[in-house]
Ligand binder design. Structure first.
Ligand SMILES: [Zn+2]
Length: 229
């Protein structure tokens, strides 16, 4: 069961994350849930990994971790926040095999982190008790592909799409010449995770305490697998 110290410690060993502190349930400061469950960053990533494994296997039903018996107006208790691309093929509840009301989801083309994204994440951390933030890129991302093309040709796409390209560009520009689209997609997800950590003092304080974790990942459209890196 998710609450046990044993499963928490077992899961902690395999973690690779930008900022995912090791805390015990008793040390967590998550918002109190009506069912008394204290969600830690490790519990949250374990739920996402387990859900994605079911999605990959194609046998899953969506699991709910929401406190049982709660009316929607009584509050919200998502266990993780996901910053994902708007791409219609990337649906966080599907690929993590969790029911609605379990994830606090922010989607935009390119899974970029701007001020509104940061403000939304700060709200999620402060008021909904999410224990984990995932910056989720995906294979064949058109926003990253467009950014690569803009940097290669020196021509911006035009309109407000330029705002997306400007946010993705630093991640792509830092890569060596001849890099692949997949490498650019990974770099963009990592950049989003770093922006969350570096540009939000509130979230940085929580990651320093270990009550909130930030991780980056990429979703493979054909494999259905989410790879945390
Ligand atoms: Zn995309």
């Amino acid at each position: 069961m998710e609450l046990s110290r044993r499963s928490f410690m077992a899961g902690a060993a395999g973690l690779s994350a930008l900022a995912l502190g090791a805390i015990s349930a008793s040390e967590a400061e998550a918002a109190p849930r009506p069912d008394g469950v204290v969600v830690t960053p490790q519990m949250a990533i374990d739920r996402l990994r387990e859900g994605n494994a079911r999605w990959v296997a194609g046998t899953s039903k969506r699991t709910t971790y929401a406190p049982p018996g709660q009316a929607p107006e009584a509050g919200q208790w998502p266990f993780a926040a996901i910053v994902s691309c708007s791409d219609s093929r990337v649906v966080p509840e599907d690929l993590f095999a969790v029911a609605g009301k379990n994830l606090f989801i922010l989607r935009n083309a390119g899974n970029v982190v701007d001020d509104v994204t940061l403000g939304s994440l700060e709200y999620a951390v402060e008021h909904t008790g999410v224990a984990l933030i995932v910056a989720l890129g995906h294979a064949n991302c058109g926003a990253v592909d467009a950014t690569q093309a803009s940097l290669a040709t020196g021509t911006m796409p035009g309109g407000n799409v330029d705002s997306i390209v400007r946010l993705v560009a630093p991640a792509v520009e830092a890569l060596p010449p001849g890099h692949t689209l997949n490498e650019a997609i990974e770099a963009n997800a990592l950049q989003s995770a770093r922006r969350i950590q570096n540009l939000s003092p509130l979230i940085a304080e929580r990651t320093a305490k270990g009550t909130v974790g930030i991780v980056q990942a990429v979703y493979g459209l054909s494999t259905r697998k989410v790879t945390f890196f």
